[in-house]
Ligand binder design. Structure first.
Ligand code: ZN
Length: 412
């Protein structure tokens, strides 16, 4: 099985400059692969494998190419061909796609060492060192162990738009060796998260991130249009049959889009955190979702939780469902209860004065319940105390998906 672990890394200033330089050389190599793919007519073009044989020639022509690790360079050429194949998959799925384009420095922020040229060292306690050939040592915050049984196939180094650096280890174990889940005792407020599955279309995390839900307005508009057309056809007629298929097609399209999106979000959660806490949905459904229109939403969340639990095992992450009653009413700071109607978006506690976004407060409660479910006390450095409660950062869904799935699907 293949999976990956992601860590924060802290390169020194010199090493960071070196990393940036290497990534830029890789970017140029990527662009040059595109250039050759489009303009060069040769037997050595058309697949990653064949294209690799052109690399010695590149080194003669552009000495700068020799400055980076050559296996990593091959990997960059492969990355181009992977993007190409992702693109044609999308086209085959009926999506409108453009062409692969030249990458600007802003769009190309990572490189991958494959098979060799890297070493993970000094893995004791919470710290470790990553050595990269032609670069040097980089400090890692080693918050979860890489299982002994896992082979490290590759290492991706990435600079986020925030300026923070991350590495992601591509790991492989035998099919039945699932990654170990982190020690329950090692869980804390920085590696665990409570998720509020909002009845408005988004999720909210206890560390103050919101992820917007998909915008499906256009799709639903189209569905309504096709359904209206259907209602005007004579039932049982050929045209009716035809139109019925049309409606089914739009519905299928929506379902597929939602599923694809949920895959991205759930993968992000289990890779980013060691423990993810969510509300027990059946209870939540009874409590807050009063009318039929919400049933669909309900089904979507159930699917979301199913995916989350399945990936928890795959990626070695704890997923815990907690009691949902009262997560919105309860004050995350003092535990007091205040009833709020659905339209009140702020939590403002009359007993202790704690103020925060309604859903952020709920997410923090989910998180606290998750910790106690696992038999842990609420950790000292609670987000309630450390985060500015009213200041939530919105993570665009695109960034979540792009930033964290880069190794899997460097899609354009
Ligand atoms: Zn309070």
């Amino acid at each position: 099985m293949e999976y990956s672990h992601r860590y924060s890394v802290y390169p020194t200033q010199e090493v960071a400059a070196e990393l940036e330089y290497h990534i830029d050389v890789h970017r140029q190599a990527y662009n040059y692969t595109l250039y050759e793919y489009v303009h060069v007519d040769a037997d050595t073009i058309g697949s990653a494998y064949k294209h690799h044989s052109r690399l010695p020639g590149w080194k003669d022509e552009f000495p700068v190419i020799s400055e980076v690790n050559s296996k990593a360079l091959q990997r960059t050429v492969t990355r181009f061909y992977q993007n190409l194949s992702n693109l044609s998959d999308q086209k085959a799925n009926g999506n409108k796609v453009g062409k692969l384009t030249w990458k600007s420095p802003r769009e190309f922020q990572s490189m991958t060492y494959s098979q060799s040229g890297f070493e993970l060292k000094n893995t004791s306690g919470r710290h470790a060192t990553l050595w990269l050939s032609k670069i040097g040592d980089i400090k890692i915050r080693y918050h979860r162990n890489i299982p002994d049984k896992a082979d490290i196939k590759e290492v991706t180094v990435k600079k986020e738009t925030t300026g923070d650096w991350f590495v992601s280890f591509g790991l492989e174990t035998d099919a039945d060796d699932l990654p170990e889940k982190p020690d329950v005792d090692s869980l804390n407020a920085s590696n665990s998260v409570g998720v509020d599955l909002g009845i408005l279309n988004y999720i909210h995390t206890s560390d103050g991130k919101t992820v917007d839900w998909l915008d499906l307005e256009d799709e639903y508009e189209r569905l309504r249009r096709e359904q209206r057309k259907l209602s005007r056809k004579e039932q049982g007629s050929n045209n009716y049959e035809k139109q019925r298929k049309q409606v089914a097609k739009v519905k299928r399209h929506i379902r597929r889009k939602v599923l694809d999106y949920q895959h991205k979000i759930t993968t992000w959660l289990v890779r980013e955190y060691d423990a993810v806490f969510v509300e027990d949905l059946d209870v939540k459904g009874m409590l807050e979702q009063s009318h039929n229109a919400r049933n669909k939403q309900d089904a979507a969340w159930r699917q979301f939780i199913t995916l989350l639990e399945y990936k928890a095992d795959l990626y070695g992450c704890h997923v815990v469902q907690v009691e949902a009653a009262g997560t919105t009413k309860e004050c995350a700071s003092c535990g007091g209860e205040t009833a709020k109607p659905i339209w009140v978006r702020e939590h403002s506690c009359p007993s202790c004065g704690f103020e925060c976004d309604r859903d952020a407060n709920a997410a923090m409660n989910v998180s606290q319940r998750g910790f106690s479910e696992l038999g842990l006390g609420w950790p000292e450095d609670t987000p309630v105390e450390t985060a500015l409660p009213t200041d939530t950062t919105s993570v665009s869904a695109k960034r979540v998906c792009r930033g964290n799935l880069d190794r899997l699907s460097d899609r354009v």
